[in-house]
Write a protein that binds this ligand. Structure first.
Ligand code: HPA
Length: 262
């Protein structure tokens, strides 16, 4: 069974040429799961191989803005952990808050700021999953960040490296909000990933995240953001993303270095 999983976000579920799908199941067919309500998200889990390496591929995810609880949003991560996954690669579409980074660039997430106002760990702690107060000093594994950056070099895809800020959405940001998020130290902004990363670290999974920058989100020159454009850029960039993921596959599949909670 696969020891790692990839979560593919908005518009990123295609263009995985080296993937061979062995078995697929829709979210709605999995007990306790919810169907994805966003049309740009497929909502299915594939048992697959990438270049022969076994992997779980989660196409689509659930979001707070759809009305789901933080527990619903991270349910797939907890399920994957139960299936024996020890490393997760989270991908997302995000707005670039960095003046020099363009739509179509891909960013390796170095750290995050959780501005959703939610935590998947609120409420009674399930000791079998992890600690009451889990450490968040290195949410995104430094070793997996190196792996991703090295994969980018190896396959000729220039990768950015920065901080992702997660917001609840679904509305996009005002110029004043964008100015604030930049000042808080964020380089990219999106409506996913942070809750999944928190739940994964609670489970002591090793986490890596890649953000496809689908639009520039700068306070001085904000263009009205349109979902079709965001999905179009995500689709175009997903070929580069697929190359990076394929180059990461041997390293993602390796025996985890961190001790695992089972
Ligand atoms: N803001 C929030 N979420 C996003 C954006 C954005 O500019 N682009 C893609 N997801």
């Amino acid at each position: 069974m696969p020891s790692w999983a990839v979560v593919l976000g908005t518009g990123l579920s295609q263009a995985l040429p080296d993937v061979h799908i062995l078995h697929s199941i829709q979210f709605g067919e999995i007990p306790e799961f919810h169907a994805a309500t966003v049309t740009s998200h497929q909502g299915c889990l594939h048992l697959a191989t990438i270049l022969g390496f076994p992997v779980w591929l989660q196409c689509g995810r659930l979001h707070l803005y759809e009305g789901y609880t933080p527990g619903d949003v991270v349910m797939p991560i907890r399920l994957l952990h139960g299936l024996g996954v020890r490393r997760v690669l989270l991908t997302n579409a995000a707005g670039s808050l960095h003046h020099a980074w363009d739509a179509g660039d891909i960013m390796v997430v170095a750290d995050h700021i959780n501005m959703t106002g939610h935590s998947p760990l609120r409420g009674p702690n399930v000791e079998a999953w992890g600690d009451r107060f889990p450490d968040m000093s290195a949410v995104y594994s430094p070793a997996l960040q190196e792996l991703a950056l090295g994969a980018g070099c190896a396959c000729g895809v220039r990768l950015r490296h920065g901080v992702y800020i997660g917001v609840r959405g679904p509305e996009l940001e005002t110029p004043a909000e964008t100015r604030m998020y930049k000042r808080l130290g964020a380089d990219a902004i999106g409506m996913s990933t942070v809750l999944e990363a928190i739940a994964a670290r609670h489970l002591n999974l090793e986490v890596c995240a890649l953000s496809v920058l689908t639009n520039k989100n700068l306070p001085g020159n904000m263009a009205p953001a349109c979902l079709e454009d965001i999905i179009g850029v995500a689709n175009a960039a997903s070929r580069d993303l697929a190359r990076v993921i394929a180059h990461m596959a041997p390293g993602m599949d390796a025996t985890p270095t961190a001790p695992c909670v089972v």
